[in-house]
Structures are given as C-alpha cells and as structure tokens.
Design a protein. Sequence first.
Lengths: 392, 392
Amino acid sequence: MTRDATYLDYNATTPIRPEVLDAMLPYFREHYGNPGSPYFLGQRARKAVERAREQVAALVNAKDPQEIVFTSSGSESDTLAISGAAWSKWEESYGRTKPRVVSTPIEHDAVRMTLVQLKMRGFDRALAKADEYGYVAPEQFEGLLTPETAVVSVMHANNEVGTIEPVEGIAALCREKEILFHTDAVQSAGKIPLDVQKMGADLLSISGHKIGAPKGIGALYVKRGVRLSPLIAGHQEKNRRGGTENVPFIVGLGAACELALKDLGDAKKQQRYESFRRLLAETAARIPDCRLNGHPANRLSTCLHLSFPGVDGHALVIALDLAGICVSSGPACSTGSPQPSHVLIAMGMEPELAQGSLRISFGYATNDEDVRRLAEALPGAVEKLRQVPAAR
Amino acid sequence: MTRDATYLDYNATTPIRPEVLDAMLPYFREHYGNPGSPYFLGQRARKAVERAREQVAALVNAKDPQEIVFTSSGSESDTLAISGAAWSKWEESYGRTKPRVVSTPIEHDAVRMTLVQLKMRGFDRALAKADEYGYVAPEQFEGLLTPETAVVSVMHANNEVGTIEPVEGIAALCREKEILFHTDAVQSAGKIPLDVQKMGADLLSISGHKIGAPKGIGALYVKRGVRLSPLIAGHQEKNRRGGTENVPFIVGLGAACELALKDLGDAKKQQRYESFRRLLAETAARIPDCRLNGHPANRLSTCLHLSFPGVDGHALVIALDLAGICVSSGPACSTGSPQPSHVLIAMGMEPELAQGSLRISFGYATNDEDVRRLAEALPGAVEKLRQVPAAR
C-alpha cells in the first residue's frame, strides 16, 4: 500500500512515534471518560491529562505543570498567546486603549495572520527588522517597545531557514519594560533545549505533530500570574481554554515531550543530525550557484534551506516526489500560494530566487539511506529542471 | 484493568465506536503526511480529509461538502460561528457599530461564555425567554431581532433536559430579517435527523465525541456565502480555520457521521432508546416526589433528566459511581461548580431542587443490562441519601 517514502519534510509534520501511539491507544479504547466527570471513568482520564501536563512542563522547564494549557495546535497556541495578551491588556485599561503588539517579519503565518486580525480590530502593530540570515537582533526592538505594548512575539527557531533567534536577549528587554514575551517554539521544541525560566518567556507555544505526536494537539506555556483573555471560552483548563479535553492526544503529547527530552540528552543523536546536514550541504555546494540560506551559526541541525537560481522550487518538489522523496519548497500551510515566502523576502532575497527554494528537514526516524537517496537525486533533478525552459 | 462500567452519561461523552478507531488507525501509522504538502504522502492525507468532509456534509444534508469546516470541538465551532459572525458584521460596517447577538438562557456554556466575552468587547447581547420545559418559542424572539443583529444562536436540543427547540421557526424569523441563524446541534447530532436546508440554518455546530468519534474534533456547517471572521487565522480550511488539519480525527468524524446517519434510519435502534427511557421513567415515577424535567413531547429519546427534592445530585452521582454506574448531575464541563445549572434556573426551578438533579443518557453501545442495573440501583440510592442529614 505505502510507497517506500523517503520522508525529509519533518518541519511540515512528523510521523507519530510508535511509543506515542501505544500510549494513546488505551484512551481511545477503555478510558473514554470525560475528564470533567466525577466518576471513576472521568477521574482516570483526568489523571492522565495531569500526568501529561507534567511531561510537557518538564520539556520546557516550567516551574509548575499548571502553567501548561493544552490547545488543538501550535496555531491555536500562538493565537491564544498574542490575541489573549492583547485583549487582556485592553480589558485592564477598561477598554480605553487598544494596545500594541510587536513582532518580526519572519514569523509563522499563525502569528502573522493573528497580527493582521488584531490590527483590523484596532490594535497597533510594529515589526522589528530581520537581517539577511533571518536573524532579528535585540537592538531591532529598541524604540518599538512603548508603554502601550501588550506583548512581543518572536519565534524561537524559524520554520523555513532554521535560524535560531536571540529570544533570551529580547525577553530581557521586555522584562525591563514589563511587557509580556511570547515565543513560538513550534520548530525548536525537541530540536534544541527549551527552558522558559532561563529564556525569560512568559508565553511559549509548542505543537504535537512537529515532535512525533499527532496533528491536532498543542500546548501553551503561560507563566503563573500572566492573564490571557480566552480564545475559546469555557471551564476547562482552569477557564483558559474551553472544549472537552482531547485526552488521547494530550497523553500522546506528554509521551512525545518525554521522548524528546530524552533524545536531547543523547549526544549521538544530535551529532547524527549534524552529519546528515553536513552531507546534504556538501551535496548542495557541488550544484552550481546553489545558495545555503539561514544563519551560519545560530541554526537548527535538523534542516537546511537551499535556493537554486533558475529553478522553480515547486517543480523541484514534484520531481523529487516522483522519485519517492518528500521535501518542500516552503511551509506546507501555504503550498500552492503563488507568493514567494515572506520570510525570504524579509531577508532581502529576490522574489525570483525565493521561489527557487527547497527545504529539507529530518528527525527521529531519518536514516542514512534517506539522506543518501536525496543526496543522489538532488543534483540531477536541479540540472534537469534548469534545462527545461521556465514555464512561469 | 477496567472495572465493569455501566456507562449512562452519553451526553457528557461517548466511547469511540470501534469502526471509527479502525478508520483512524492508518492515519496515525502510515499516512502521516501534512494535507498541505504537494507530494504523495500529503495528497493522500488531503484525499482522506475531503472524503470525511463529504460524510459530515451528508449527516447534516449540506448542499456542498465545502460548507463544512473542521474544528477541534463543538465549543470551538460555537465560538467560531457566533464570534465570527459578529466580528464579520462589524467589519462590514467598517467598524462603525458593534452588532447585536441574540440567544437563549439555556445554551451550553460554549455559547453562553462566548456571549459574555462579546459583551465585554462592546457587542450587544439579548436573550429570549425559556419556558418551564426549557423550550424557547419563536415568539420569544419578536422585538429582539433589530437591524443591528448579526446572528441568532439557539441550540437544537438541550444537553441537560433534552428539550428540542423549534429551530425551524426561529430560523424563518431570522431569514425574514436577513439575520444569520446558528444552531448548536452538538446534542442532537446522531439522535434526530439534521437537515440544514430544511431547518434554514446558516451555521450549525457538531462535536465528534458525542457521536462515537474522539474528543478533540468538531465541525461547523457554514452555508455558502456566509462570511465569518476566523477565530484561528490561517490558510487551512479555505482560510476559515488555521492549524494543520487533524487528519486521523477528521477521518474518524467522517466515519462516525456515516454510522450515525445509518443508525438514524434504523427504526429498531430508535425504538430501543424509547424503551430504555420508558423503563427509567417508570422507575423514577415510583420514587417519591421525583420530577421528570424537560419538554413532554419535544425531546430526545436518548436521555432523561430527574430531580429529587432533598437529595444532593452530586452525592447521588458518587453513590451510583460506587456501584459502578456512571451518570451525572449536570454537564461535565461544570462539574464541581457550586452553582445550580443555569438551564434549570432559566426554567424557573428552585436552586435547591436544581441541585438535586440527575441526568441519564445513553447511546449506541447501551444494552438492556446497563439500563436494568441503573433501574435497580436508583431507588435505593435516593432513599439512602434522603435518610442522611443534608451536609450542605
């Protein structure tokens, strides 16, 4: 049934880890109670949810598991964090002023589109500048952090080019001015250590399906004392997020966080990602005019982002797909969009070159054979596409 | 491991149907692609999502599967519908006036709390009156439907007392005045036929875990042409709901909708629910001073709601739990709340009596033995509690 896939698009989504599925299955079958119900079936589900909360808290080094709120996705976490903080500050001012939200031009669309919506609803938005590596230096925020600023949102690691942002420095600036700091750690979770206390984050988003848990579950770290106006009102999650708890996926997210934390401590696994990346970067270097994007030092080991002048990235993805290799030309959520990536544009890349991009990303189940297959197929695919007259 | 449970709290949540779990499993294992990805693994996931959309559309008799938006819960569907319609009308007025939202005092907290939040954000809220059966007659809406009204939200069947509301008549009033009509059909889905066209609904919410799919998935029917301001902004679901699609649960919801539709056409199954209800109502009638709540005719067959003067409902639930029977004293999402049910209060019930309530609800896997066990245990449990001096 399944074609033998060479899956190298872990930034888009990951296969579910078998241990995660095993952990979830009993909650699909026998333990089906509503965690809000007082009888034994309900309480058994409640216990599982609270155990998972501890596992997620451990991955991000939260002081208290109650600082973790379960959501349905990284996108929901981002929206709850930013929109919730903005509306909460508005409420605190008794509706007098619509506060400011500050971010960057390289954020995921979950953040970007939330900012657009808030702006439409009368909030003020300001964006710090990114450099050619997609890196946003703390200095870029100076002058933007007004007393009316409710929240600053800066992603921890970029989903396209893999650049790791200086969130600790930016958080420190926010703390000085008593502004909340949110970071979208969807792409960094499980890849580099997360420590909300050291980082100084008030709010941090993670997503299950980027770390071996299923699509449809996420979490938001909310530092104790931080008030958010809910996105979905309801009694669950201590009035922070309405809707019956997705018990099996919460259990799965907890299990995935525990596994991710263990892997982060395994130096061999981490070195393996570096060696995959090195091999692919060397392959790319042999392709004429290929550009390796993202920060040369502050970057994830699990992905690389290339641009090929004169090649259509989407066509390249399709060509590799025909060879059974799954990679992407940009984020999955905007596939098919005729627009070049806003991240690459913010980095100052020419739109034409931006559309000749390829994102390769790997994870827990990637093996040497996967990487070798791509390394073998890539140069030929690029060469072939360069011989075809551009159809664009 | 699992105690032999007599589960009679289907209004709180349902066990997952084995066919639903079977349908989902391949999407946890081999078909893990992101439906937004262009390569084969992504497109296989996309196909499954679109097939499920057809199955959900069939249950509610939508004209076009594209009228179905997948969400993470009934609560999210309700919030997206009401808040999305209200903000969209505000946008259409170029931010000049915050429109009105009209509803009833017997709605689920997902609706009720959304209305509270909208009111706090400057929208106008009006509620029609319910009668002693929890029935809200169309006449009650006269005078409330101003030109500034964005949306009217009335639940299809009440989650506590099982009363079925005259949504068709209310929708007709809305249509006359060009006001959107939303119905929360979370408790009616799978229990009585749903037909958005006949009903005249513009927006209709359903939830997976009330019909044998898992907790963490819902859907909103959005009539073609109806504009909603998104709750979670993003490209997915045609820009109506951001976040990577929860492919396995979407597949599960589709399968559950198909099974529900089949069951609705099975007269024997429907009669069986009536006979369960009759047996339990007869048992209740033999308990001194027991009151059967809800509408005598316009009601679901799958639940009954009782009140026992001089008995604490929560204590009764615990007493029955000790006998291995799972029933509830009210909605699971407000368990532990010291407040009496807002639904019963809106029906004019004394708070003291409201807190002596028991909700019994059944579904696809309920058998004669389950019902018999409760019928045997209930009279004794009530009698025993009445002998204990009230601790309240």
